[in-house]
Design a protein around this ligand. Structure first.
Ligand code: ATP
Ligand code: MG
Length: 651
């Protein structure tokens, strides 16, 4: 008998694309047929969106799987494609980045200015001895220099490794050592939650353990005092801002390493994912054009991710800039100085396209509907989601409260490893379903299989796989080809195993069901955490929920739910007990008695990674009374103390 995932949640609402968006959409339905007819020819045409210094001889070399080579023999420069060519086309005066600092300071940088800054940084890095193929670590807050630093590395062929600015010295040390980086680019600090938060001391601590580091290039952002090593440390304003703004970009091989980025560590030790040049930029640019329907002359695009995540790489830096977008970049947290900050920024900049994460949407739900209502959000025409499965009720809340009932929502599934969006609606084509990422994009072949690698029929659930190589796929795990093979290519012969569970509905549309590691086995049924969480979030008193399977003597595993009530809900004493009883009933009614949680806890917060993903493995530790596993990528480790103490007091 083969193992599949139970399919419990039935969601039947459907929303066709708005007629005006559909008729003017960048990508129409024929793209699917075109790509199906000849996938490689399709990607070859998409590569034509870029300026190549030398044409490729072969679209794909897959003679040594799983090691792919795309656009073999082609040469291009990524920074040239993101900057120079727009300036050369007469768009130098277009704003590339409207940047907003958390304290309220702001800058608008045109494409011509961004090119000049990047050229200066490229010259400064060259003066510091960085050459093509060297690795550069970037540990910066969300300031324009972060994008400049990445583009400058790309310009000179140095491979960047961006490390999220909230990570500890240990995490930074491990990542610098793993990549043998030569330079770190950092800042004195950045602004978070209303105050300056230092970065340089963390870098100093890491660099002391990293003999490969020759220089630390430091942006002055907060003006905090910093310790200074006059041999190694160099101020950005001294080295970069005095350098020549002329720099001729050299073309690099299509397979030249562009960046290493570590996965967020939700399930395991972070993996150093390697991305290369030509295929990566092709798919980042195409998907940004297709999924966000970007009109560079009129749209104001905002991706609220941090540059330290792959979303920031592909959908703040490389995709949007390759497409000549005007975008907003924000330094701080969504509740500083008040909980309406995001909507105030949308109103101020007349943002038309917003790309954010379910965790943020659920937080906004918790804070209440009245906050977005205070702002003019009428400029928005398209909304996106990424990072976790989006619960149908959170999707509806997003559409109603942020999209004013009219904006299409693109729920985009992809990973650090995939480099760019793989499964998503097309906003002018797809009739969306709340909670479904719908279909693989044109040129992508995804499927759901059982444990025997057999494609499951419509209505069935199992493991998400990718059948064919794609241009922006990871090329390996940095320095560890064997781990690359073992992690992604060993479970199913010839298929890329994504690590996520998924189901196909009766129309064949895809629903992501969370990590395979998180799937619960209750009385012989494989049940996804996502479906039970979505059932909980569909109750009007619940803002957010995390579900885990805990060992149980009778059912094998039993469902334990950690639930955050919405802002106004009373949970004191008997009211809390009554709510818990009601929620257990609600899940049982929505999904069936098999999914009824054994235990529900009302909690103020959930453990999340720095990228905002729920860390269920820690909740499993709590539910099974174990000591906690690795918490280093956790956003706020105090949350676990709160939850554990609630558990032991039996609440
Ligand atoms: P690690 O692999 O170290 O555990 P991670 O998987 O959290 O870290 P990322 O590459 O940032 O690191 O996240 C990719 C994962 O995020 C996907 O495998 C999937 O589980 C989840 N994900 C991303 N977008 C979606 C989406 N739209 N719907 C459902 N899940 C999503
Ligand atoms: Mg992963």
């Amino acid at each position: 008998m083969s193992e599949t995932l139970a399919n419990l949640l039935q969601e039947t609402r459907q929303f066709p694309p708005p007629a005006d968006l559909a008729s003017a959409a960048n990508v129409k339905a024929d793209a699917y047929d075109e790509a199906a007819e000849d996938r490689l020819a399709f990607w070859e045409r998409q590569a034509g969106r870029l300026d190549w210094a030398q044409q490729w001889d072969q679209v794909l070399d897959w003679t040594n799987p799983p090691f792919a080579k795309w656009f073999v023999g082609g040469k291009l420069n990524v920074a040239y494609n993101c900057l120079d060519r727009h300036v050369a086309a007469g768009n130098g005066d277009r704003v590339a980045i409207h940047w907003e600092g958390e304290p309220g300071d702001n800058r608008s940088i045109t494409y011509a200015e961004l090119l000049a800054l990047t050229s200066q940084a490229a010259n400064a890095l060259t003066d510091l001895g960085v050459t093509a193929g060297d690795r550069v670590a970037i540990y910066l807050p969300m300031i324009p220099e972060a994008a400049v630093a990445m583009l400058a590395c790309a310009r000179i062929g140095a491979t960047h490794s961006v490390v999220f600015g909230g990570f500890s010295a240990d995490a930074l040390t491990n990542r610098i050592q793993d990549a043998s980086a030569k330079v770190v680019i950092t800042a004195d600090g950045g602004f978070r939650r209303g105050k300056p938060s230092a970065l340089k001391p963390t870098v100093d601590e890491a660099v002391a353990k990293c003999p490969t580091i020759e220089h630390v290039l430091v942006v002055r952002r907060t003006g905090q005092e910093v310790a200074w090593d006059s041999e190694k440390d160099v101020w950005w304003h001294e080295a970069v801002e005095t350098a020549s703004a002329e720099h001729t970009a050299e073309a690099f091989d299509a397979e030249h390493p562009l960046f290493i980025l570590y996965t967020s560590g939700t399930t395991a030790k972070p993996k150093g994912i390697l991305h290369t040049t030509g295929g990566y930029l092709t798919q980042a640019a195409y998907t940004h054009h297709a999924v966000f329907d970007l009109k560079p002359e009129t749209d104001v695009y905002w991706c609220s991710a941090d540059i330290g995540w792959v979303t920031g790489h592909s959908y703040i830096v490389y995709g949007p800039l390759a497409n000549g977008a005007t975008q907003l970049m924000y330094e701080g947290t969504p509740d500083t100085p008040h909980k309406g900050r995001f909507w105030e920024l949308v109103q101020k900049h007349k943002v038309t396209i917003l790309y954010t994460a379910p965790t943020l949407i659920r937080t906004m739900m918790k804070w209440g509907d009245d906050i977005p209502k205070q702002y003019d959000l009428s400029s928005l025409r398209l909304l996106g989601s990424v990072g976790e499965p989006i619960n149908p009720e959170a999707w509806i809340w997003y559409r109603e409260n942020i999209g004013r009932g009219g904006c299409p929502i693109v729920d985009t599934w992809w990973q650090t490893e995939t480099g760019a969006i793989m499964i998503s609606p097309l906003p002018g084509v797809t009739a969306t379903k709340p909670g479904s990422a719908m279909r693989p994009l044109p040129g992508i072949s995804a499927d759901v299989v059982d444990d025997q690698a057999q494609s499951v029929p419509d209505g069935g659930g199992g493991f998400l796989v990718l059948r064919e190589p794609w241009p922006s796929m990871l090329r390996t795990i940095w320095g560890d080809d064997q781990r690359f093979i073992d992690t992604y290519w060993s479970r199913f012969d010839g298929l890329y195993f994504a690590g996520d569970g998924a189901k196909k509905d009766d129309d064949g549309d895809l629903w992501l069901l969370g990590r395979v590691d998180d799937v619960m086995l209750v009385s012989g049924h494989n049940i996804s955490t996502t479906e039970v969480e979505s059932a909980l979030v569909s109750h009007p008193s619940v803002a957010e929920a995390a579900v885990v399977g805990a060992t149980d003597p009778t059912t094998g595993q039993a469902i334990v739910a950690f639930t955050i009530p919405r802002g106004s809900v009373d949970t004191e004493g008997d009211a809390g007990e009554a709510l818990i009883a009601e929620l257990r009933e609600h899940v049982s009614k929505t999904l069936g008695p098999i999914a009824k949680p054994r235990q529900i806890m009302l909690v103020p917060e959930l453990p999340k990674t720095r990228s905002g993903k729920i860390m269920r493995r820690l909740l499993r530790d709590v539910a099974e009374n174990r000591s906690l596993g690795d918490v280093t990528t956790l956003q706020d480790s105090a949350v676990m103390d709160l939850i554990s103490s609630g558990m032991s007091s039996g609440k």
